[in-house]
Design a protein around this ligand. Structure first.
Ligand SMILES: [Zn+2]
Length: 402
């Protein structure tokens, strides 16, 4: 930090720990589980207040309608919360994207709602690391960067969605839209406790296959029936057999069936795919379609496929490698060793990378045990990561390129 130019150092020194911690604690005090619409609305309002300290235009964007296949095969529309979108200097030549999510995995009736100190500087609480802490880091970094005169040449958008923890179904098209023409993106998922970032990420696809057969009496005329449960089971086995290097397949659930004396005419198979590369996604999509057609033909049933590869794989391409190197160099200047390793998890960084935009998606706090009641935030990382982020942003701004 000592070798930084005076002006940059002064800006980074202005990042205030107490204010950031206060933000995290007040945001985490409100439950914002992905399905808690009132909680999400209150959280969105707090975030609007906080982000209105930045220039630009703030808007709350309505979620896209999302369909869910119920266990009886009926399709229901699921409601999500609004997404916060800030647009700053859209006329500027270089444009960046910053993303985070306001939702957590903890529903309103979950036992984990309160915060407590586990130790000096270790805060336990729902969403403190994933990612209310990350949102505080993003805001502090942008407030700092705004103090740099060069930054007035830079435009950016901030998206804080309300449905990341359930796969961003109501914000995926918004993400794809605002990722267009961005030079780089930073996403504020937590880093590991030792500061290691997530590099390459595999993808994920969730599907529900609704199978309709024909019911008949199990004793009197079983030959007239078309067993949907059997077709679903057969499909589950064939899909599982697609497992190979770079692709895991998890047939997770079969719903449906009928009383013992009836040939079942209805079943739903739920399956998750984890492809490691975009090519595997393409290959899997076509084999999957073929297998479903085979099942329809051989079992004389009809099948309706619902779902998608909502999280495309995120390889580290040349652009992403440059961005990682830049973050690493900025870390070195601040005395922070920055390393990254591949992750089995998925996040909005997957969707941003799929648009061809270089992204580092774990620019948030250091913390751990996320998605559990033991989630913790290492509070000294608030300022540390905000400085890292601010310096990275300022360096890209000064250079105008990666
Ligand atoms: Zn997260």
């Amino acid at each position: 930090m000592l070798n930084l130019p005076t002006r940059e150092r002064a800006i980074l020194d202005s990042i205030n720990h107490d204010r950031m911690l206060e933000q995290v604690q007040s945001w985490a005090a409100i439950n914002s589980g992905s399905n808690n619409l009132p909680g999400l609305a209150s959280t969105a309002q707090l975030l609007v207040d906080a982000f209105s300290t930045l220039p630009g235009e703030l808007a709350l964007i309505d979620p896209e309608p999302v369909e869910k296949v119920l266990s009886d095969g009926a399709i229901e529309t699921v409601k999500h919360g609004q997404h916060l979108l800030l647009t700053v200097r859209p006329e500027a030549r270089t444009q960046h994207l910053f993303t985070g999510h306001m939702d957590t995995v903890f529903p309103a009736d979950h036992s984990f709602q309160d915060q407590r100190w586990l130790d000096d500087g270790i805060l336990n609480g729902p969403g403190v690391a994933d990612m209310k802490g990350g949102i505080a880091v993003m805001l502090a970094a942008l407030q700092a960067a705004e103090k740099l005169p060069d930054f007035s040449q830079v435009g950016y958008q901030v998206l804080i969605n309300s449905d990341e923890e359930v796969g961003s179904p109501s914000s995926a098209s918004l993400i794809a839209q605002i990722a267009q023409h961005k030079l780089a993106a930073l996403t504020y998922e937590p880093a590991l406790p030792d500061g290691t970032l997530a590099g390459e990420r595999g993808g994920s696809g969730n599907f529900s296959i609704i199978i309709t057969g024909k019911s008949a009496h199990a004793g009197r005329n079983p030959q007239d029936g078309r067993n949907a449960l059997l077709a679903a089971a057969d499909l589950a086995l064939r899909l599982k057999a697609l497992t190979r290097e770079g692709l895991s397949v998890n047939p997770a659930k079969i719903e449906g069936g009928s009383p013992n004396n009836v040939v079942p005419d209805h079943a739903i198979l739920r399956v998750n795919f984890r492809p490691r590369t975009p090519q595997i996604v393409t290959d899997t999509e076509s084999v999957f379609r073929q297998l479903v057609a085979d099942i329809e033909h051989e079992h004389e049933v009809s099948a309706h496929v619902h779902g998608s590869f909502g999280r495309p794989p995120k390889p580290i391409d040349a652009g992403a490698a440059k961005l990682f190197d830049l973050v690493k160099r900025c870390g070195a200047e601040l005395g922070l060793p920055i390393a990254w390793k591949s992750s089995g998890g998925v996040c909005d960084g997957n969707n941003i990378a799929a648009c061809g935009v270089p992204v580092v998606d774990t620019m948030g706090v250091r913390g751990g045990n996320i998605h559990s009641s033991d989630e913790f935030l290492i509070t000294e990382s608030l300022v540390e990561r905000a400085r890292l982020s601010a310096l990275t942003i300022m360096r890209i701004a000064a250079k105008g390129t990666l």
